[in-house]
Every structure is written in C-alpha cells, then in structure tokens.
Design a protein around this ligand. Structure first.
Ligand code: AQP
Length: 337
C-alpha cells in the first residue's frame, strides 16, 4: 500500500562523541523533520567497526550517542530510534547489494580514499561501507535522507544501487520497488573544524562535543583559528573567511550575526570578544541539551525502552522488505521463529 507520509532515514556512527558538526549538519534537521515525516534514526554501530575500534568501549559509545540524540530533541514517541546491530536485516540486504555493486564504484568514493590512506590495513568492510549505507536506507524504502554534505556522494551510490536492483528485479511493467532516496541538506551542511582547515570530524580531533562541559568548550573555542589577516587586535577582519563567524550564523540570531560582522570589519571587537559572544549563543543551545542528557543518564530504563521499541518497529518494516526482496530474487524466505 502506498504511504501517505514520506519517510526519512538517517544514521550516525558511534565512533566518538557527537560533535556540533554532526548536530548542525544532520541531527538538528532530524529534530525538525520528525514532525513532518515518518522518521527512522539509527545508531550505525556496524559502520563504526569498519575502522579499528575497542570492543570494550563500543557499548558505552553506542549508548552515549543514543542519549545525545534523545537529548538533542529526537522524541522516541514520534520517531523510531534504534541501534543498527539489533536489526540483522541491515547486513542481510547489504550482502545482496554487494552482489550488484561494481568494486570500481566503491574504490572511487572520496571517504574511502581518505580513510584508507589513514590506515595500515584496509578491510573489505571499509570499502563496502556505502553498500551497507544503501541497505540501511533502502531497507526502510526511505524517500529522503537528511545528511551533511560529506555524505552526498555515498547517497548517490545508494540511488545507483536502487536503480540497479530495480532494473534487475523489479523491471517494467512492475513499479520500481525501491525509491531513489534524495539527500536533504541543512544551511550548515559542512561545518569546519576548529583548525579552520578541514571538516569537523571525530577522527581529526578538531571538534566541539555536543555534551562537553562549558569550560571545555571555551578552552577549545579560545584558541580556535579565525581570519588569518587579523594579526593584531586593531586589524579589521573579513567575517566571511572566518570559521567563528559561520558558527555565529548557526548559533546566534540574525541581529547578533550582523553585529558580529560589523564589529569584525571595523575591529570594534577583538577575536576573543567575538568568541565570547559565540560561546554565549552556543550555551543557549547546548546548555539545555546537556541538562537533558544528564537526566537520561540517570534514568537508563527510559533509554532502554526507547531503543527496544525502536528496534522492534524497525524490524517489522525490515522483515517485510526482506520478504519482498528475497521473493523477487528467488531466495528462500526466512524460517519462522
Ligand atoms: N563537519 C560536518 N558538517 C556537517 N555535517 C557533518 N556530519 C559529520 N560531520 C559533519 C554529518 O553527521 C552525520 C553523521 O555523521 P557520521 O558520524 O555518521 O559520519 P562521519 O561523517 O563519519 O562523522 P565524522 O565526525 O566525520 O566521523 P569520522 O571522523 O569517524 O569519520 C552525517 O549526516 C554527516 O554528513
């Protein structure tokens, strides 16, 4: 039966603490979308094991990430939130998609090339990461995927997988079975790291954590790179080239952003004063998120209940998709439990 409400799916890796790049590029959007779309959000732990990791730390990271999502405003009564490895159909569909995906396409993925360069030994899992991502999305036949800009290339691969599978197993006169999922970007689709050089990224160590204590946030913000032309306090600056200015746009209202731009251009404020105003703006957003996370940590049963219900709801959809997919491909149906 055709769905009346469009469905979004998005995932996030428990590879480190959620940072403000993840928040501004993706999670903030999820919070807004959950009331307009049927929303499915996943902590993608199978993705996090494609690079070296410590199995003793993973459960706590996974849980802490789930807490961060709920604290940021994902409402488990409205959206489905779950952990990927609790729904085995993700890897089952990924295997199927592996069989129709040319290796060359995977080797061309920018994120694979970047991450592979940083490792001594590269696993097949790292290469196949975007195939698992395609399975994550298509398992729920999601129409829309709210992500940061870095994920757009992967999403193009998901679209290609959907097209290829449909052509082979749901060819006309059948309706295409899988929709071609479209990315949904935010105005802050690419948040730069505090080094001002590269994307804010857990693995680059240039992040501000969503739940970091205020004193740690300030300790990171204080030395963060600004407009390199502002060497002395009296040098006028160019806000557009300054990463701090872009963060103001994400955390402060337009009138404050205008004031920041004027004070920068006229050297009215030094960079430290400017960062103080940013810090205050950030605190208005991050303070309540931090407080909510503390409440959730104190009530583990609430988090367990949300994740269990989420996994059960996700699994119902996933099993239905796998039944259809396997039937169309001539594979055996799952044995009854
Ligand atoms: N700097 C960023 N700006 C905007 N959006 C971002 N995202 C990540 N970094 C930025 C978006 O956050 C969502 C979840 O990201 P993820 O953890 O699944 O993937 P990632 O891109 O691998 O995150 P990191 O921090 O860069 O992790 P590492 O260093 O482990 O690879 C995605 O929608 C992503 O676009």
């Amino acid at each position: 039966m055709a769905r009346t409400t469009p469905r979004v799916f998005s995932g996030i890796q428990p590879s480190g603490e959620l940072h403000i790049g993840n928040y501004l590029g993706a999670v903030q959007n999820w919070v807004a979308l959950q009331h307009r779309y049927e929303s499915i959000f996943c902590v993608v732990d199978y993705h996090a094991i494609t690079v070296p990791y410590d199995p003793r730390e993973l459960p706590a990271r996974t849980r802490e990430l789930a807490i961060s999502l709920l604290a940021a405003g994902i409402d488990p009564d409205v959206a489905t939130v779950f952990v990927q490895s609790a729904v085995p159909e993700h890897t089952e569909l990924a295997w199927i998609f592996n069989t129709i995906t040319p290796i060359g396409e995977l080797e061309r993925q920018t994120q694979f090339k970047d991450k592979a360069q940083r490792q001594e030994s590269v696993s097949a899992g790292l290469l196949n990461y975007p195939v698992l991502q395609a399975a994550d999305i298509l398992l729920y036949r999601a129409d829309t995927v709210p992500v940061g800009e870095d994920q757009v290339q992967h999403l193009e691969l998901s679209r290609e997988v959907a097209r290829r599978w449909n052509a082979r197993f749901a060819a006309p006169p059948d309706e295409p079975y899988f929709p071609e999922p479209a990315p949904l970007l935010t105005p802050t689709r690419r948040v730069m790291g505090l080094d001002g050089q590269s994307k804010m990224s857990k693995s680059m160590g240039n992040t501000i954590g969503l739940l970091e204590p205020p004193e740690d946030v300030w300790a990171k913000l204080r030395p963060a790179v600004t407009d390199p032309a502002r060497v002395r306090r009296t040098d006028p600056g160019t806000p557009e080239v300054c990463n701090i200015y872009h963060l103001h746009r994400a955390f402060n209202p337009p009138e404050t952003v205008d004031l920041v731009a004027t004070q920068c251009r006229t050297a009215g404020w030094g960079c430290i004063e400017c960062k103080r105003v940013l810090f205050d703006g950030m605190e208005r957003t991050l303070g309540p998120v931090r407080a909510r996370a503390a409440e959730l940590r104190a009530d583990p049963s609430m988090v367990d209940a949300a994740l269990d219900a989420g996994a059960a709801a996700a699994r119902r959809i996933a099993q239905e998709t796998m039944r259809d997919v396997k039937a169309r491909m001539g594979l055996a149906p799952a044995a009854p439990l």
